[in-house]
Structure formats: structure tokens, C-alpha cells
Design a protein around this ligand. Structure first.
Ligand SMILES: Cc1cc2nc3c(=O)[nH]c(=O)nc-3n(C[C@H](O)[C@H](O)[C@H](O)COP(=O)(O)O)c2cc1C
Ligand code: SF4
Ligand code: SF4
Length: 278
């Protein structure tokens, strides 16, 4: 394989980007980051490595940051990243670049693209302040709008300035990121499963953290949550709720992604190496 793309995606936006890039690049394998949760190290042995994932709380999702720590990277490997977000990427790509540098690699190109909102949570005052501080957010474009710009950079292994939000919102977001991620872990304590649950198990199958166990078919949450929303957004009954959900928010998943595309069942290492897409 010329290229490996590691992706994390809960509602499909990032998987859709990863798949479009893989198709356009050719000879590319795409691999789901949650499948590596139980691994101690991940050897990213390819000439070109891509990382595609959503922005969570102005930074990397916890599962992605942990994955980067496991990476074994050859200095000569060209690494690129595309992060999907609604409006504010903060310093996500700078944090990724720093993490890769600590591992002996580097981020050659980092793009932030606009995508539909996966979170159903109400915005709080901090969200609003950071949004107000970010003058660049209105200029954010979708992957579709930027594909002809991104593809040649990645294809030709060109360097591209790692993209950031405006300075103030980047700094503010970075300061709050760790605290926010920690609070996400136990947000599932307030998840309520209503009586429409038909005990199908989809939520448990799709949880990237293995954070859901079924008891008589109904989910119980184990407080190691990413707040990724996969369980909520893919539930056929929309039965999982949180008191802080926006009352007007509708259930969302990417129209080109099926739930079977996202099954995160963690695989043993031999299975991973035999798969073309997992
Ligand atoms: C817990 C959580 C935190 C998020 N934080 C941000 C954020 O800080 N900035 C932003 O623009 N979008 C944020 N989003 C929106 C997602 O980054 C965006 O919808 C992304 O495209 C989802 O990707 P996916 O469909 O691949 O899961 C957040 C979403 C979730 C679930
Ligand atoms: S996906 Fe929804 S309906 Fe299925 S078990 Fe989970 S909560 Fe119940
Ligand atoms: S419990 Fe739901 S929100 Fe939390 S990590 Fe699992 S799928 Fe994501």
C-alpha cells in the first residue's frame, strides 16, 4: 500500500472524507482508529500516512490522541491530516503536529474542513465566547469545496501550512480542551434510554470505546465516554437522550455512510493485517 489512512468517525463525516481521499489517491488502505484501542504500538509503515478525524472541544478526540502516542513512525514518512468540524478547529492540527514531532515524525500538511454538526448538546457560554473570538470560522469550507486543493498537495507529498483558528480562539480552546475531554468521560452518567428502545444492540456495536454493555438488550454506560454521539445518532429509535440536548436538534448521520461501515468491533491484530478496510 502506498498510503494508509487512519480515521476516527462517529457519525460518518470523517469516514466520508477518508474514503473520498482513498479513492482519489488509489492503492490506499483505510483503517479505523478504534480498532487499535487495545494495541500497545501501531507501526505506520507506509510512504504516506493520513489521519482523518473530527474536532472535539477545539482539539483531538481522546481516542485519537491516545492513538498518536502508540504510533511508530519512520522519519521519512509523509504525514497529512484532515480534521472535520462545524466551525472551530482551534489548535487541533498544531496539537497533532506537536504530538507527531514528539514521536519523531512531523505533519507535512494539515487541513480543517467544515462538516455538519454531530453533537446534539446545547452550546454553552464558553462555546459562544470562543465562536465570537474566531474571525476565521466563516471562511471554513467543506471538503467538497476544497478537494481539488487538498488532493494534489497530498498526492505530491507537498508541505502545506498546518491550519488553525484565529489566535485568540486557538489559545482559549487549547486551555479548555483537556478539561472538556475529561468531563466527556462521565457525561454518559446522565444518558437516559427511553422506553422505545427495542434492545437491538446497535449502540453497543458502534461504540468506539466499548463503553456500552447490554443488560437484557438495553444499554448500560461504563463512564469511559468520548461523547462521540455514535450510540445516539445511529440508534434506530433515537432512544438515548441527555438533559442537555438541544430540543430542536435532529438526529444526524452522514448520508453516504451506513452504520455497517462504522462497526468498530475491535479486531485481533492478525485480522487487522488481513483487512483492506476495517
Ligand atoms: C463531543 C463533540 C465535540 C465537538 N467539538 C467541536 C469543536 O470544538 N469545534 C467544531 O467545530 N466542531 C465540534 N464538534 C463537531 C464535530 O467535529 C463535527 O460534526 C465532525 O464533522 C463529526 O465528525 P464525524 O461525523 O466523523 O464523527 C464536536 C462534536 C462532538 C460530538
Ligand atoms: S441502539 Fe437504541 S434501540 Fe438499539 S439497544 Fe441501543 S438504545 Fe436500544
Ligand atoms: S457511549 Fe455513546 S457517546 Fe459514549 S463513546 Fe460510546 S458511542 Fe460514543
Amino acid at each position: 500500500m502506498d498510503t494508509l489512512i487512519y480515521y476516527f468517525s462517529a457519525t460518518g463525516n470523517s469516514l466520508n472524507v477518508a474514503r473520498d481521499l482513498a479513492k482519489a489517491l488509489g492503492n490506499t488502505q483505510i483503517l479505523s482508529i478504534p480498532n487499535f484501542v487495545d494495541r500497545e504500538t501501531v507501526e505506520a509503515s507506509s510512504k504516506r500516512v493520513g489521519l482523518v478525524f473530527p474536532v472535539y472541544a477545539w482539539g483531538m478526540p481522546r481516542i485519537v490522541a491516545e492513538f498518536i502516542e502508540k504510533l511508530k513512525i519512520d522519519k521519512a514518512t509523509y504525514i497529512f491530516a484532515v480534521v472535520t468540524c462545524v466551525a472551530i478547529q482551534g489548535n487541533t492540527l498544531v496539537a497533532l503536529q506537536n504530538a507527531l514531532r514528539r514521536k519523531g515524525g512531523d505533519l507535512g500538511a494539515g487541513f480543517a474542513v467544515k462538516a455538519p454538526r454531530s453533537s446534539l448538546m446545547k452550546l454553552n457560554n464558553l462555546d459562544r465566547i470562543i465562536m465570537r473570538l474566531d474571525r476565521k470560522r466563516k471562511k471554513l469550507k467543506t471538503t467538497e469545496e476544497r478537494f481539488s486543493e487538498i488532493l494534489p498537495v497530498v498526492k505530491n507529498k507537498e508541505l502545506h501550512k498546518v491550519e488553525t483558528s484565529s489566535l485568540a480562539s486557538g489559545i482559549f480552546g487549547s486551555l479548555l480542551h483537556g478539561m472538556a475531554l475529561n468531563s466527556f468521560r462521565s457525561t454518559d452518567s446522565a444518558f437516559v434510554v427511553d422506553d422505545t428502545c427495542k434492545a437491538c444492540g446497535t449502540c453497543a456495536d458502534l461504540c468506539p470505546r466499548g463503553n456500552i454493555v447490554l443488560s437484557n438488550g438495553r444499554p448500560t454506560f461504563l463512564h469511559n465516554c468520548e461523547l462521540c454521539h455514535a450510540c445516539i445518532q445511529w440508534c434506530p429509535q433515537f432512544a438515548i437522550r441527555h438533559p442537555n440536548f438541544d430540543a430542536d436538534a435532529l438526529q444526524y448521520t452522514h448520508p453516504r455512510v451506513k452504520k455497517t461501515d462504522l462497526q468498530h468491533t475491535r479486531l485481533v491484530s492478525t485480522e487487522i493485517s488481513n483487512k483492506t478496510h476495517c
